[in-house]
Design a protein around this ligand. Structure first.
Ligand SMILES: CNc1nc2c(CCc3ccc(C(F)(F)F)cc3)c3[nH]c(N)nc(=O)c3cc2[nH]1
Ligand SMILES: [Zn+2]
Length: 373
């Protein structure tokens, strides 16, 4: 692929931006929400259904795919796009975060991390170089640098040491990635909730130079107020002509607040994971479909929603299939949630382009009742 990945800003409104990331496999409209496709599938969804919700890009993962079915097998079978039948852009995480949250018997060193698979206990090693090799074998379009996301609670000294390790790993990731036209490497800013550490991390990443920059180390239990506190300054430490990706975020109101603060890309398991637990997200708040009060309700989840669940099924039906443990329950609620998240992103993109983001945000909060609706 000769074409390089480029980011074009179309409009700004305050600190918010809207634009397009052009890749050989297609365009990504920003601000973008990226559905999580952990082990090569967005759970309970066919790829064409994920596309129908409006997704331009989805996420895959080094950790899960290196364990099963292995990156080498996927490469032999033509790469992850072919393997999972998604020909549009794929971003893969570098694996470190998942090792810390999923694997057992982990051993950290300057070199990288060794761990035992949570699937079969087999021993594995991840280093910046190995992570770059895996993401190349998968064929992902946007590759994440190998980093360490410190677990909370952590002292400032621990956060500083971890961030500096991640910056050394960022350099090694950059060196190992090489020059791959048509593919992008994103650096990941660390530094916890400490402004000086965040500034030091951004300075290190800017000096190395990346195609895009992620704000890492957030959405790990610090709470929305602390997260927004970091986002009040951290995106501004990053080059404004490159995409900014906030990892692991979030609930609809987290997404709105992050976009207001200059974030262009986000990912979260929430719409799919909560869909499988009967939790529907709507413009007026959350609907907990397992609540008995929906048992006789002929209305759709959201009468304004054009998704298959809202077009053709009642709350009573969704309540029934959830209670009965029928697979269609997870399918319909996941589809609805992903559709709602993409509709929220479209609304944000249009509002920024029209210079009326403040009005959009006001309406967004005004409509959202507390609790179950
Ligand atoms: C939920 N909170 C959160 N998630 C975070 C993630 C994971 C993001 C991710 C990527 C791919 C997938 C896949 F399942 F689709 F593959 C799933 C999740 C982080 N990832 C890295 N590298 N550094 C961070 O500092 C970091 C901070 C994170 N806070
Ligand atoms: Zn719907």
């Amino acid at each position: 692929m000769s074409q390089r990945i480029t980011f074009t800003l179309a409009a700004t409104d305050g600190r918010a931006r809207t634009g397009t990331i052009s890749t050989p496999r297609g365009e990504i409209r920003t601000p973008a929400f990226m559905p999580v496709g952990t082990a090569g599938t967005v759970k309970a969804m066919l790829p064409e259904s994920v596309r129908a919700t409006g997704a331009d890009i989805l996420l895959g993962n080094t950790y899960h795919l290196m364990l099963r079915p292995t990156a080498e097998r996927i490469a032999r079978l033509g790469g992850l796009h072919r393997f999972m039948n998604w020909e549009r852009p794929i971003l893969t995480d570098s694996g470190g975060f998942q090792v810390m949250s999923l694997a057992s018997l982990r051993k950290m060193s300057e070199e990288g991390v060794t761990f035992s698979s949570h699937i079969d206990g087999s021993k594995h090693k991840l280093t910046p170089e190995r992570s770059m090799e895996i993401q190349r074998l998968l064929g992902s379009d946007i590759v994440m640098a190998f980093d360490e996301c410190p677990a909370l609670p952590a002292t400032e000294a621990e956060v500083a040491a971890s961030m500096r390790l991640s910056m050394r790993w960022a350099q090694r990731s950059r060196d190992a990635f090489g020059d791959r036209p048509g593919h992008a490497l994103f650096g990941i800013m660390q530094g916890g909730v400490t402004k000086d550490l965040r500034a030091e991390s951004a300075e290190a990443l800017n000096a190395i130079g990346f195609d895009g920059y992620a704000v890492g180390g957030l959405a790990v239990g610090e709470g929305q107020e602390a997260m927004f506190g970091v986002l009040d300054y951290a995106p501004g430490f990053l080059p404004e002509d490159r995409p900014r990706y906030l990892m692991g975020v979030g609930k609809p109101d987290d997404i709105v607040g992050a976009v207001e603060r200059g974030i262009d890309m986000m990912d979260c398991v929430l719409p799919s994971r909560s869909g499988r637990t009967g939790q529907a997200w709507t413009r007026r708040g959350q609907v907990n479909i397992k609540n008995a009060r929906h048992m006789d309700d002929p209305r759709p989840l959201d009468e304004h929603c054009s998704c298959p669940a809202c077009r053709s099924y009642s709350r009573a039906y969704l309540h029934h299939v959830f209670r009965a443990g029928e697979m269609i329950s997870g399918m319909l609620l996941t589809w609805h949630n992903l559709h709602y998240f993409q509709e929220l992103m479209q609304g944000l993109r249009e509002a920024i382009a029209a210079g009326r983001l403040a009005e959009f945000v006001r309406d967004f909060h005004a409509l959202r009742a507390e609790g179950d609706i």
